[in-house]
Design a protein around this ligand. Structure first.
Ligand code: S3P
Length: 197
C-alpha cells in the first residue's frame, strides 16, 4: 500500500463498538495508529497523555519530576474515566495505564469498549522510542530507562496487556496505515470475544 494515500470510504464497525482503546508498551504506535483509526472512522481521537498535559498545563516529564509517578497515575485514571464517557472515540492509553487496577476495572466495566493491544518485538519497540527522542517535539518518556530495565518492565506488563485486550495486533513490518487497515478488517466480523457489552 502507498503510505501517503489514505484509503477511501469510511469503514463500518458493528454498532456495539462505541470506543476503541489502544494499549501496548511505549513505542507500540498507540498514538499514531489511534489518530489514523480516528480519521478513518470519523471518530474523535484522545491521546490520554496529551489530555493530561492539556488539563494540568504541564508535560508528562514535568509531572513525573515535580509530583511523582503516583500523582501522574491518579491523573491518568481520571482522564481515562472521563474519556470512557464519550462514544465514537478512539483512546490511546499510556503504556503504563494497565498497571493501575482502577484502570483495568474501568475498562472491564465499560460497555461497548474494545481494547486493542499493539505488539512488536522488544528491540523494535525500544528502537522506535530511541528514534522518537531525536525529534525535539516528541514527548519525553521518564520511565523508558535503559534497555535492560525497559525489557523487564515490558515482561512485567505483558500479562496485564493481554488481560485487557479483545484484539491483539502485531505491528512488526507494517506501516501505521497498514496496521490501521488490519485492525479495521479484523473488526468487521465476527464480534471480538472480549468486547464488553
Ligand atoms: C508510560 C508511558 C508513556 C506515558 C508515561 C508513562 C509508561 O506513554 O504515559 O511516560 O509507564 O509506560 P506512551 O506509552 O505513549 O509512551
Amino acid at each position: 500500500m502507498n503510505d501517503s494515500e489514505p484509503p477511501v470510504g469510511q469503514p463500518d464497525l458493528p454498532a456495539s463498538i462505541q470506543r476503541l482503546v489502544l494499549t501496548g508498551f511505549m513505542g507500540s504506535g498507540k498514538t499514531t495508529i489511534g489518530r489514523l483509526l480516528g480519521t478513518r472512522l470519523g471518530w474523535r481521537f484522545v491521546d490520554l497523555d496529551e489530555e493530561i498535559e492539556r488539563q494540568v498545563g504541564r508535560t508528562i516529564a514535568e509531572i513525573f519530576a515535580q509530583s511523582g509517578e503516583p500523582a501522574f497515575r491518579h491523573l491518568e485514571t481520571e482522564a481515562l474515566r472521563s474519556s470512557l464517557r464519550d462514544s465514537r472515540v478512539v483512546i490511546a492509553l499510556g503504556g503504563g495505564a494497565v498497571e493501575t487496577q482502577a484502570n483495568l476495572d474501568l475498562l472491564a466495566k465499560s460497555d461497548g469498549t474494545l481494547a486493542i493491544l499493539l505488539t512488536a518485538a522488544f528491540d523494535t519497540l525500544y528502537e522506535r522510542c530511541l528514534r522518537q527522542t531525536l525529534n525535539p517535539k516528541s514527548a519525553v518518556r521518564p520511565l523508558l530507562g535503559d534497555p535492560i530495565s525497559a525489557a523487564e518492565r515490558l515482561a512485567r506488563r505483558n500479562a496485564l496487556y493481554q488481560s485487557v485486550a479483545g484484539l491483539i495486533v502485531n505491528t512488526s513490518g507494517q506501516t501505521p496505515r497498514e496496521t490501521t487497515e488490519t485492525i479495521l478488517q479484523s473488526l468487521k466480523t465476527p464480534l471480538p470475544p472480549k468486547l464488553s457489552s
